[in-house]
Write a protein that binds this ligand. Structure first.
Ligand SMILES: [Mg+2]
Length: 264
């Protein structure tokens, strides 16, 4: 039995900020040539699917929109199923299009039916107050992701989790989380493309999201060391990936070797 599909996280795996990680394009091409199905699954919810597909294309990775999963798309899908036609106050950046497409009305006041929180880099105390009041009035509290930080060209910045935590703390309510390590986004891929988790490899840079989800869901997992988590953390053994590699460049080789060793 081989690996049929490879699911890549983006930040810290494919790129850091605007810079591609060396070998990313070649690794994806090689896996495709070996017949692997390729998907991208990012916890980032601050842009639309279209934007992430364009970002991948800017790194030389051309992939149809339907294979790019971001948490703004996930949150929109979730709301359209659970609360069809609802209104939502969105603490994210350029994502309105994703919600409008799913039949969600984007509003700017505390009477919203749902509050969607993610990484809003233009966050103000006023916006936080509207979100707080809406949640206190009973709006559904949805977080696109709960990442504590994310990698950029030079180091790290606070992630969506920092904003989610401030609302959870002040409202004393728990958010419903769309992104990894929750299985919701992965299940969308399963539903839309027939992905078989047991025959898929997750490639990520973060133990507490990418790798934890893979372990819980019965996927194989590979940690790359170009992002958040270190080899030392992987060796602590709390969440152990099947493979630890320096970068995405090594993934085609890891897949090949693993398949050769199990088919032998
Ligand atoms: Mg990442």
């Amino acid at each position: 039995m081989g690996i049929e599909a490879v699911v890549f996280d983006m930040d810290g795996v494919i790129h850091r900020g605007k810079r591609a990680i060396p070998g990313a394009k070649e690794a994806v091409r090689e896996l495709r040539e070996a017949g692997k199905e390729i998907f991208f699954l990012t916890n980032n919810g601050s842009r639309t699917r279209k934007h992430f597909a364009e970002r991948l294309a800017s790194f030389g990775i051309n992939v149809p929109l339907e294979r790019v999963y971001c948490t703004s798309y996930g949150a929109a899908r979730y709301l359209s199923k659970e609360m069809p036609g609802c209104s939502a106050y969105i603490l994210e950046e350029d994502t309105e299009e994703e919600f409008t497409k799913a039949g969600i009305r984007c509003v700017q006041d505390e009477d919203a039916d749902a509050v969607v929180v993610g990484l809003d880099r233009k966050l103000t105390y006023e916006k936080l107050s509207v979100a707080f009041r809406a949640i206190m009035k009973g709006a559904a509290f949805i977080a696109t992701n709960d990442d504590p930080s994310y990698p950029v060209e030079e180091g790290f910045l606070p992630g969506a989790g920092a904003i989610v935590a401030s609302l959870a703390y002040s409202t004393k309510k728990r958010p419903h989380i769309i992104g990894k390590p929750e299985p919701y986004m992965l299940d969308l891929i399963v539903g839309e493309h027939g992905l078989r988790k047991g025959n898929a490899l997750m490639v990520g840079d973060q133990l507490s999201t990418d790798i934890l989800m893979a372990k819980r869901e019965g996927m194989m997992s590979a940690l790359v060391l170009t992002g958040v988590s270190s080899r030392a953390e992987a060796m602590e053994g709390k969440i152990s990936p099947d493979f630890v590699v320096e970068s995405i460049r090594e993934i085609p080789g890891v897949v090949r070797e693993w398949e050769e060793s199990t088919l032998r």
